[in-house]
Design a protein around this ligand. Structure first.
Ligand SMILES: *[C@@H]1O[C@H](CO)[C@@H](O)[C@H](O)[C@H]1NC(C)=O
Ligand SMILES: *[C@@H]1O[C@H](CO)[C@@H](O)[C@H](O)[C@H]1NC(C)=O
Ligand SMILES: *[C@@H]1O[C@H](CO)[C@@H](O)[C@H](O)[C@H]1NC(C)=O
Ligand SMILES: *[C@@H]1O[C@H](CO)[C@@H](O)[C@H](O)[C@H]1NC(C)=O
Length: 573
């Protein structure tokens, strides 16, 4: 048998039929790097992967660069957050200017309101990190931690599903010669972009629209003189549907490159994209800023809004993640982040099934959980994009007005989530809510709680996000706060296998030295600052258990030992 999972990356989007003469400039996402995230999450779980991409080279340029708070939390669970934070930077404020630029800016807008981090939301502001660096960072970890590399110039030709495996025919270019290979895998995942071969082979429709009239020229270029402030993102244009140009500085200190976006019905896109000089001429015409001196052009291409989603995210042993499953406008930077969440949602389920712990039926929950969220993303990003293009420069627009941070995303309606307070009730009303509406139910994001003192070693203070693992369910057993004996629910030993960790949390008032760890508890903490009991709304009477899934969502809420058994029996059938 080969590796367990074949992850297929994207090829160029060469099959677009519109604007034929521009075809060679159309830009796809050469490797949909959400596949890299999936690979890392699977490898963390001990599942082997092979990753192929049709592209001959890795992506250059910044493209989708917004990193949302929920993605930062996922990186925290993956142990990668410190490095991401060291590379990323706050999103610059957008400075709206007339075309050609007048004396004063029309308005300066923060795309997202700047908020303060809290013990509940420890990383609350979106950041930027160029796609090329972000992708390179994930590739570096795949190589350094697992000796896994992405196979370039390697294309999936077709796939065939069988009850126990998937056959893939792969075409590889080695020293200019094409070599065909047929290999079998237990699972196959398409992270192969909007034009996904995998999705097409499954025959899954990709419904929605392509807005050919809203074509944009995008790319990266060095700016030698004239644009200095790295905290400002200038955007010129009186009516963005007619004419606009924007220049966002790279997030890298001392780097003089910018990511640009130029478009509108009055722009001759084919001419502008034909050479560096034509691009610069177009830019000068829109902005009037002929004092800006450009250096090297890193890359450029054409892009237009594609607003589509698949009606299911997999079938049998084959799944799709990221752009292969859904594409939307860049409003609020939701695309890349939604793809990361697809991957993180799928990875732990696939790992449990591959290990023989869960039955394949739990994989249905991937579509059931993610589809309503994506449905909402499409609606809200389309609305936001339209109001941005329409009201952008008349002073009406004041930043994204939907929940771009993705902290409220929840799976309350999932078939594998259990909350004994709301059994049989349809709670799944808003898959994308703000997350601070004062409710905490099964299916929600598990809140952070800092200031937990280890019972084993009182010099150790941790937070729940230090404890959660992408490889384990975490059974959080809270003692009854209304009972000074600290009565606990027993976690049945059979539930505590090697993919489950049991963590006991004692109330703030408990003397650390008075408690001892009894099996099957792996860790015990005193909630020294009271955040865990507060954020999980543990008021008593009675002891409570929250079961946190490997992806950081609440799998179950229960106040009985039977509830714990029920949750795991369903999951580990
Ligand atoms: C890493 O992988 C390469 C190629 O697949 C192999 O030749 C090499 O021996 C591996 N290195 C280690 C340390 O396993
Ligand atoms: C978004 O959803 C609302 C409510 O369902 C609907 O009225 C609106 O037309 C949708 N907008 C888009 C752009 O899909
Ligand atoms: C987001 O989408 C939902 C429907 O999917 C709609 O009811 C809501 O009004 C939208 N919000 C914004 C800000 O567009
Ligand atoms: C906390 O729990 C109580 C009942 O135990 C409930 O009435 C209240 O709404 C809950 N609050 C939150 C924020 O979930």
């Amino acid at each position: 048998m080969n590796q367990s999972v074949l992850i297929v990356g994207a090829g160029p989007s060469g099959t677009c039929h519109f604007l034929r003469r521009l075809r060679s400039f159309l830009t796809g996402i050469p490797f949909d790097f959400k596949g890299l995230m999936l690979a890392l999450a699977l490898l963390r779980n001990g599942i082997s992967v092979r990753i192929i991409t049709q592209e001959a080279n890795f992506v250059v340029g910044q493209r989708g660069a917004g990193v949302m708070p929920r993605s930062l939390e996922i990186y925290k669970f993956m142990g990668l957050l410190p490095e991401i934070l060291a590379m990323a930077r706050p999103i610059p404020a957008m400075q709206l200017l007339s075309s050609p630029q007048g004396e004063a800016p029309i308005k300066t807008v923060n795309l997202n309101k700047e908020l303060s981090d809290t013990p509940f939301y420890p990383y609350i502001n979106p950041l930027i990190l160029g796609q090329d660096r972000h992708e390179g960072f994930l590739r570096k970890h795949l190589l350094e931690e697992y000796n896994v590399t992405v196979e370039l110039a390697t294309k999936l030709v077709y796939l065939e599903q069988h009850p126990d495996y998937v056959t893939a025919q792969i075409l590889k270019t080695v020293d200019g010669k094409e070599v065909t290979e047929t290999a079998t895998f237990e699972w196959l995942v398409g992270a192969d972009g909007a034009h996904s071969t995998v999705r097409k082979q499954l025959g899954i429709p990709f419904r929605g629209v392509t807005r050919e009239e809203q074509i944009l020229l995008i790319g990266d270029i060095q700016v030698k003189k004239g644009l200095g402030d790295r905290n400002i993102w200038p955007l010129w244009g009186n009516n963005w549907l007619e004419k606009m140009a924007a220049m966002r500085p790279y997030e890298i200190d001392g780097d003089d490159r910018f990511t640009f976006m130029v478009g509108g019905s009055e722009i001759d896109h084919s001419k502008a994209v034909s050479s560096r000089e034509e691009f610069i001429r177009t830019f000068y015409e829109i902005s009037g800023r002929t004092d800006i001196e450009f250096g090297e052009l890193v890359w450029m291409g054409l892009w237009r809004p594609n607003i589509r989603m698949a009606d299911r995210f997999g079938e049998g042993r084959v799944f799709i993640v990221g752009d292969a499953a859904h594409v939307h406008t860049p409003a609020g930077g939701q695309g890349m982040n939604s793809g990361i969440q697809d991957s993180f949602n799928l990875a732990w389920k696939l790992a449990l099934v591959q290990k023989g712990i869960s039955s394949a039926s739990i994989l249905d929950s991937y579509t059931k959980e993610r589809l309503p969220v994506i449905d909402r993303v499409l609606n809200n990003t389309t609305t936001a994009f339209d109001s941005w293009t329409k009201d952008g420069n008349n002073g009406q627009w004041s930043g994204w007005d939907f929940n771009v941070r993705q902290l409220g995303i929840n799976y309350q309606g999932s078939p594998i989530v259990l909350d004994e307070r709301y059994m049989g009730e349809v709670t799944h009303s808003d898959p994308y809510r703000s997350g601070d509406d004062g409710l905490l139910r099964g299916g929600d994001r598990a809140p952070e709680a800092p200031g937990l003192i280890s019972v084993n070693d009182i010099t150790v203070t941790q937070s729940l996000f230090d404890i959660f693992k992408p490889t384990h369910h975490t059974v959080l057993a809270f003692a009854d706060p209304s009972d000074n004996q600290g009565e606990l629910l027993k976690v049945p030993g059979a539930c505590a296998n090697n993919v489950v960790q049991v963590v006991t949390i004692y109330p703030q008032s408990t003397p650390v030295t008075s408690v001892s760890i009894a099996k099957p508890t792996h860790h015990a903490f005193v909630d020294a600052e009271g955040y865990a009991y507060k954020h999980y709304n543990i008021t008593g009477p009675g002891a409570t258990i929250y079961i946190i899934r490997p992806d950081g969502y609440i799998g179950a809420y229960t106040q009985s030992e039977g509830g714990v058994v029920d949750y795991f029996e369903k999951l580990f059938a």
